[in-house]
Ligand binder design. Sequence first.
Ligand code: C2E
Ligand code: CA
Ligand code: CA
Length: 555
Amino acid sequence: MLYEDYLERLIKRLADEENIEQSGQEIFAEVAEAYQIGKLEVSLELPPTFYTKEGENGTAVLYQAQGQIKSAADYVLQHTTGEKGLVQLMVYRLEGLPAFTAEEERGLHTILEALYMNLGRWRLIRKIKRLSMTDALTGLVNAGGFLTYIDELLQKKQLGRYNAYYMNLERFSLVNKRFGVRETDLIIARYAKAMQGTMLPDECLGRLGGDNFVALVRKERTEEFIERIKGMTVYGMLGNQEMPVLVSAKAGVLQLDDHVTNCGNVLSDCSIALHVARHIAKQQIVFATDEIREQAYKEKQIENRFAEALQGREFQVYYQPKVSLDKYELVGAEALVRWQSGERMIPPAAFIPVYEQNGMVCELNMYVLDQVCRDMAEWREKGIEPVRVSVNISRKNLSNPRLTENILAILDKYQIEHSWIEIELTETMDVEESAMLIEFAEHLKAGGVAISIDDFGTGYSSLNLLKTFPADVLKLDKSFVDQLEETDKIVLSNIIRMASELKLDVVAEGVETKQQMEYLKSIHCDVVQGYLFDRPIPKDIYEERLKKKIYEPPQ
Ligand code: C2E
Ligand code: CA
Ligand code: CA
């Protein structure tokens, strides 16, 4: 029979369908015509359960024909659900049509039963979809939910009204230490709720996990929202005591416009801005400009090319001579890395900070040391007497517990006398790090390697460091000699006197003029490193200096 034919088709369609509210009109069209149905309506009255805290009440029209529809239903299918709720499926005819025949009612019954069976499934799908878009701890949307919302606004061409934010809570590891993991979770949930309370209905706040949040906020509320980011007080429980917790975040902000085409880019651009805020600009809030994006892109490239460049020996060691002021004699050199990338020479300022951040600098430093030792062995072969060379080691290297052994092993591989190598280290204000630094320096010193404190005077606790740090050499930062104002002179002459009492050698960096040199000489600073004598120079030119050893007095 014809009607069974389309009944079968309908049941199959229902089973395949995921969103009946959207496609009901189309799915029921054929049946509606056959039965002359005016309207098909579902009503739900579901009590609250563990999963749906508010229960679910309401009606939805799944199909509606053109024309006047009867006010009372012609056929109703009722079901009580497992949770003692009531589901009603109601069929209305168009005004003026007679009631259904018994046979039609049997057909309708089958249709509505099939619909009812699928209703439960659709509700489940909806619930899962909602859950998969939600962060369990805070009830905010997660990354998926956030992107879905951005996408919706994108479709509606309304994205341009908003700024997107990527936030990371500051010092949250301290909160964790103080309150413990469980209470910290609750603090995050309270923070989320407090922030959510400040949002407008069309704005969106999401959590990406951990202490990372995202937000979409109207442009005219930027200032207001940034104030919230800077500080929001919630509470945390310590024992029975409620303690105030000031939660502040660092944030990257992206000003959206309607030209955005890919919602994934919104998140990644914001996260780039956050990265800049945290690691580079060290500011609390950074707006993602084209410049920042370009910078991030360049850094990414520098990062990606590291292994290849190392393999291809693109990193080269330059030597900058250190010259004694009594005889203008070459007494040492600092090894400074250069990156020869094709025709281009990339200065260390462009890549060292990037590699400092991701830890690659450790490998690079060891590579430089290796290259220096290799060069020294070569000069020995050629009968050229070398001078001591200093190599920069980053504090990042300290996390390697075998650092001293590794360094000495490189020296021994080329049979370089330990006293020919000096390691330059910079000061630190971190107490724990400082302890590690001192231990490392003591080990090296015991191994016969010299130690210098680099950029002395720019750091934090310089004077204290002199007492505790087993250094052989102080390298005075260039900033002392740049201007040579009266105060510089006072500080400088006193540092040099103190250093000589502590039996430390002093090297003044960045000496560019004869006048600077004369002053340094007058206060008994004996060794300088600077453009006045030489810039950092490639190995072959440095080799010439090594052979000659003596400089002409500067004119
Ligand atoms: P730094 O260790 O303080 O090195 C001294 C810097 O001052 C060098 O810059 C040198 O070229 C520059 N300089 C020396 N004399 C003068 C002068 O008279 N005038 C001026 N204007 N500058 C002078 P460079 O080679 O660009 O290196 C910059 C920084 O990059 C270094 O500062 C160091 O922190 C880092 N770096 C370079 N090579 C390495 C390396 O192999 N390992 C590590 N970890 N860092 C390195
Ligand atoms: Ca240095
Ligand atoms: Ca320096």
